[in-house]
Design a protein around this ligand. Structure first.
Ligand code: ZN
Ligand code: ZN
Ligand code: ZN
Ligand code: ZN
Length: 249
C-alpha cells in the first residue's frame, strides 16, 4: 500500500528498494536505496521528501519557522543553508529570514558515531575540511558557510557539501536516474563509489594524520562516508548493511 503525495497527486507512491542510485523528483537531489515510487511515470521520492512536515524548526535557526514548499520561492537561484548546494525542488523555506534547507539536510542527525569516533553536526568550524582543505565553503553561491560534521577529537572534519562531492566523484562514471527493473544485476552504487574514491582518499589523507595512524584515518573516513551517504541519500539501512559487512570482514 502506498500513499498520495501533494507533489504527485494522481496516484499513490509505493515504497521500493533498489541498490541503485536515482534522482529524487521532489528535491532533485540524488538518492540511493529505498524510495517512494510511481512506476507509471518513473517518479521517485526520498523518504524525507515523501514524509514532510508542513512547518518545522531547526536547532541552528532557533528563531525561524520553516515551511515545506514544492518549489523554491521567487525567481532568484536559492541555495541550501546546510549543504550550500542549489535548491531546485522541494524545500523547507523560512520566509522571514530567507533560509532554505533541502528536506534531507533538514533531517541530518545532530550526532553520528563511526567506529569509536563521535561526530557532531556544526554550523561553525575551526579546523579545515578533510576534502577541500578549507574552513569555509569556497565557491558556494551567496557565501553560504555550510554545515560540517566534526569529530569530538577534532581530527576529522567534513563539510556536508564536500561529503556529497565525495559521493559524486565516486559515482562520476555512473549515470543517475536510470531506474531499470533489472536492479538485481546492477552494480552496488555505494561499493562502486568507494572503489573509485580509494585513490583520492589516500592522496588526501597523507596530509592529514599520516604515519601509522594513517590506516585508521582512512578507515574512519571511509566508514564516515558510508554512514553519511546512507543518511544524506535517505536510506540509513544501506549504512547498516555496509557497517555489518565491514565488521565481518
Ligand atoms: Zn528528495
Ligand atoms: Zn505517477
Ligand atoms: Zn542541502
Ligand atoms: Zn570541505
Amino acid at each position: 500500500m502506498g500513499e498520495i503525495h501533494a507533489g504527485h497527486p494522481h496516484r499513490e507512491l509505493v515504497l521500493k528498494s533498489y541498490k541503485k542510485s536515482y534522482t529524487c523528483d521532489g528535491c532533485k537531489e540524488p538518492g540511493i536505496g529505498s524510495r517512494h515510487r510511481c512506476e507509471d511515470c518513473d517518479y521517485d521520492l526520498h523518504k524525507d521528501c515523501m514524509f514532510y512536515k508542513s512547518t518545522t524548526r531547526h536547532d541552528f535557526f532557533p528563531n525561524s519557522a520553516f515551511k515545506f514548499l514544492l518549489q523554491p520561492p521567487g525567481h532568484r537561484e536559492r541555495c541550501c543553508d546546510g549543504c550550500g548546494k542549489p535548491v531546485r525542488g522541494f524545500v523547507y523555506h523560512c520566509k522571514e529570514e530567507g533560509w532554505d534547507l533541502h528536506p534531507c539536510c533538514m533531517n541530518l542527525p545532530n550526532k553520528l558515531k563511526v567506529d569509536d569516533v563521535k561526530f557532531k553536526l556544526r554550523d561553525k568550524v575551526l579546523k579545515k575540511c578533510f576534502w577541500c582543505n578549507r574552513r569555509r565553503l569556497e565557491g558556494s553561491v551567496s557565501g553560504i558557510r555550510g554545515w560540517s560534521y566534526v569529530s569530538k577529537c577534532e581530527k576529522y572534519h567534513f563539510h556536508v557539501y564536500c561529503a556529497s562531492e565525495m559521493m559524486l566523484e565516486g559515482w562520476k562514471n555512473e549515470s543517475y536516474s536510470n531506474n531499470n527493473d533489472n536492479d538485481k544485476t546492477a552494480p552496488d552504487s555505494l561499493a562502486l563509489a568507494l572503489k573509485n574514491l580509494e585513490l583520492p582518499l589516500q592522496r588526501r589523507s597523507r596530509g592529514n594524520g599520516g604515519g601509522s595512524s594513517g590506516d585508521k584515518f582512512i578507515r574512519i573516513v571511509k566508514m564516515f562516508f558510508k554512514v553519511f551517504v546512507g543518511i544524506l541519500l535517505g536510506d540509513p539501512t544501506i549504512t547498516l548493511t555496509c557497517l555489518v559487512a565491514e565488521l565481518i570482514r
